[in-house]
Design a protein around this ligand. Structure first.
Ligand code: DCB
Length: 341
């Protein structure tokens, strides 16, 4: 009898420990002892298909994406990042550097919006995605020369900081922009340049069809480098189980995925669909997929977290009436106030 009681106690203790190894704590921007996520997790690494901390434990990072830095770069500053860290519990910031539509190619000073983001993130102990936002330009090879020069400079300047994550092509798209024909060869060149200066920070590679065809990358992965991940994007109003199944097949085949952008809306940025978001949040939790939500803007689109014209100067300090329905929802998710099954 005593034996059984002892065994039962031991079992309870194990469950107690398991519950303390705290689902919650692993997603805190700053823990109760004031330690930032970067202080706790340190140098990230890929083990198998998992993003792991320096100690080798799988982690899930969660945070917000900027909108295009050329339109809404006013939020890429220390005040807003600190607000997102402390009031929203975000561990991650994504700096979205568009190339076209008035972006970096015609406005090279936008590089300083990335630099502001990176320096704020380093100061605040947050991770930061440097997003080369291939979008209307479709094929990453169109501005490959600029990309090589940009990432060469970024890796040289910041490669020694564990905060940095390189996202080298947001959303390649178009039937002619194939994984093996266009994206992989581009990625291999950019990765080689980054790795000259930065041996270990994570590099994330976009996939065909707006970063949905992760299965194509799984058939022909990049070899010869460590700490490479692949981009999975979804807009919950437009993409559901089919895309989840595709992502699972890619993970089964050995790919490490990062959801560097997702929206609570249709893929055009409109119509908030919280009911369709919940299964995706469960999916990402189940597979420990890290994510950044699109996006911090006040242009009045449903996927933006601010209402139209709120926080016009990019200061943070938002109250509930500044936030859109998507913003109110996201804040609760990040603060662990909505239970994800
Ligand atoms: C992605 C882009 C992102 C875009 C969002 C929402 O594109 F990476 O830049 O953001 O999804 O559409 C939107 C902004 C608008 C802005 C517009 C122009 O929210 O405010 O005016 O960019 O740059 C996707 C993603 C998926 C799919 C299509 C697009 N899809 N797309 O599955 O068909 O065509 O933009």
């Amino acid at each position: 009898m005593k034996k059984y009681v002892a065994a039962l106690c031991a079992l309870c203790f194990v469950f107690f420990l398991a519950s303390c190894s705290s689902d919650k704590d692993t997603r805190l921007a700053v823990d109760k002892d004031g330690r930032t996520v970067v202080e706790r997790y340190g140098q990230l690494q890929i083990i198998g298909t998992n993003l792991c901390n320096e100690a080798g434990e799988p982690v899930q990072l969660r945070g917000m994406s900027s909108h295009g830095l050329h339109w809404h770069g006013k939020y890429a500053n220390r005040d807003v990042l600190k607000w997102l860290r402390d009031d929203w519990n975000t561990q991650l910031w994504r700096a979205a550097l568009y190339l076209t539509e008035g972006g970096y190619i015609t406005g090279p000073v936008l590089k300083f919006k990335v630099i502001d983001s990176v320096e704020a993130a380093i100061d605040l102990g947050m991770y930061v995605l440097i997003d080369w936002h291939v979008h209307r330009d479709r094929d990453p090879n169109v501005y490959k020369a600029q990309s090589l020069a940009f990432f060469d400079e970024m890796a040289q300047k910041y490669g020694s900081y564990p905060n940095i994550i390189y996202e080298i092509c947001n959303e390649p798209n178009g039937d002619d922009v194939t994984w093996s024909g266009s994206i992989k060869p581009y990625a291999e060149e950019v990765i080689a340049v980054i790795r000259k200066h930065d041996p270990n920070n994570i590099i994330i590679v976009g996939t065909p069809t707006w970063s949905q065809d992760v299965d194509k990358a799984a058939e022909d992965p990049i070899i010869g480098y460590d700490n490479i991940m692949y981009t999975l994007h979804f807009y919950a109003g437009s993409h559901g189980e089919e895309l989840m199944a595709k992502a699972e097949r890619a993970m089964d085949a050995g790919l490490a995925l990062f959801v560097t952008e997702w929206g609570t809306t249709l893929d055009n940025g409109d119509q908030f669909h919280p009911d369709k978001v919940m299964p995706w949040l469960s999916f990402m939790r189940k597979h420990n997929l890290s994510w950044a939500n699109w996006s911090v803007n006040n242009k009045g689109e449903d996927s933006g977290i601010l209402k139209y014209n709120k926080d016009r100067n990019g200061k943070g300090g938002w109250v509930d009436s500044d936030l859109s329905p998507s913003g109110l929802f996201l804040r609760k998710i990040l603060k662990n106030e909505i239970k994800i099954k």
